[in-house]
Ligand binder design. Structure first.
Ligand SMILES: [Zn+2]
Length: 355
């Protein structure tokens, strides 16, 4: 948490310092054009340039750290965000624009070349253009943080097919240890908060989506790292034979029948309070007649366990996720909640087999 805050703070600070630095560079070069005999203007430009360079390094280092260490959202979130793509494109343009000024200013620093008016003028203009691009990048970053600009219907690119099928199956266990990639749980948009009242409600309304599974025999794999360690699983995998009926874990309605590269056949559903999105993935097939707007009663069959998407064919299972939603119409958005404690709470509250 502390690291996350420090990185976010340095990242933002670098943007501010860099903006000031490159603006100061442009201003100083403008002064230099107007007072060519005064060497102080060029010196000020070089100072601004130094701050610009330091800021760029800090910005890049903190940005990569946040992306790679997963201190913020999983990389798959950024990969499928248009706003993130825009931010990165702008960054590359700023970087490309900097190549010639950086080498020219380096020559001035090392006294290998004297500043001439034409170069000074060009670097001044480039500096102002970079200022404008950095300001636009800040807008893209804010947009991204608010969850706008996500390509909701586009799953992340498929990872390599699971080649460790034999390793991932444990015949006697009802769960698996797996490193295979899993479908993304609805992604946070930054506005969802899970309150104790939410958990209470879930405990009262949720039931195990597969028959004959005692949640006390499962272990949580919510926090497991997936995607080569780059993101959290944020769901519960429940092993079951192919064709096992998948029951709606709560009353409510279907939001979306969706097929994704990772998740295969998926059902996104809302609970009756419309506060939560429930997601079921890797289904072998849907229950006939199920549509995007089917009303659901808890325990109703919605589909059958399978291994569609990137699940190992040898290890059919249900990938079950719960997310707190700010608006269930945005079915791919929400804050993930570990299903297992909810199912354990439900079992205790409702008694076994009270469905
Ligand atoms: Zn899973």
């Amino acid at each position: 948490m502390t690291l996350r805050l420090v990185l976010a703070w340095l990242h933002l600070l670098a943007l501010a310092v860099g903006l000031g630095g490159v603006w100061a560079r442009g201003r100083a070069l403008n002064d230099s054009l107007r007072h060519p005999a005064d060497p102080r203007a060029i010196r000020r430009a070089l100072v601004g340039d130094t701050w610009w360079g330091i800021a760029a390094l800090v910005w890049l280092a903190t940005g990569l750290w946040r992306l790679m260490a997963g201190t913020e959202k999983a990389p798959s979130y950024y990969v499928q965000s248009n706003a993130f793509a825009l931010k990165m494109a702008l960054f590359l343009v700023v970087l490309a624009l900097e190549i010639w000024p950086a080498t020219t200013l380096m020559r001035w620093r090392r006294k290998k070349a004297e500043p001439d008016a034409r170069d000074v003028g060009r670097i001044e203009i480039i500096s102002y253009v970079q200022c404008a691009l950095v300001v636009t990048m800040a807008l893209a970053a804010v947009t991204m943080a608010r969850g706008y600009g996500a390509r909701t219907a586009t799953p992340a690119p498929a990872p390599a097919a699971d080649s460790s099928a034999d390793d991932s199956i444990r015949a006697s266990a009802s769960q698996r240890d797996s490193t295979e990639d899993d479908p993304p749980t609805p992604l946070p948009s930054g506005t969802e908060v899970v309150t104790p009242a939410d958990v209470d409600l879930l405990v009262r309304e949720i039931a195990m989506p597969l028959d004959g599974i005692d949640p006390t025999t499962l272990h949580s794999n919510f926090d497991e790292r997936r995607g080569g360690g780059t993101r959290q699983h944020q769901a519960l995998d429940i092993m079951a034979p192919r064709g096992t009926p998948v029951r709606s874990a709560a009353s409510g309605r279907v939001l979306k029948l969706f097929r994704s590269v990772n998740g295969g056949l998926m059902v996104y559903a809302a609970d009756s309070s419309e506060r939560f999105v429930l997601m079921y993935a890797h289904l072998d097939r849907y229950e006939p007649g199920l549509t995007d707007s089917t009303h659901l009663v808890r325990g109703q069959t919605i589909g059958y366990v399978g291994s569609t998407g990137n699940a190992s064919p040898n290890a059919p299972h249900l990938h079950f996720a719960i997310a707190r939603s700010a608006d269930v119409k945005r079915w791919s958005r929400g804050k993930a909640i570990d299903p297992l404690p909810v199912l354990l709470g439900a079992r205790a509250a409702q008694g076994i087999g009270s469905r």
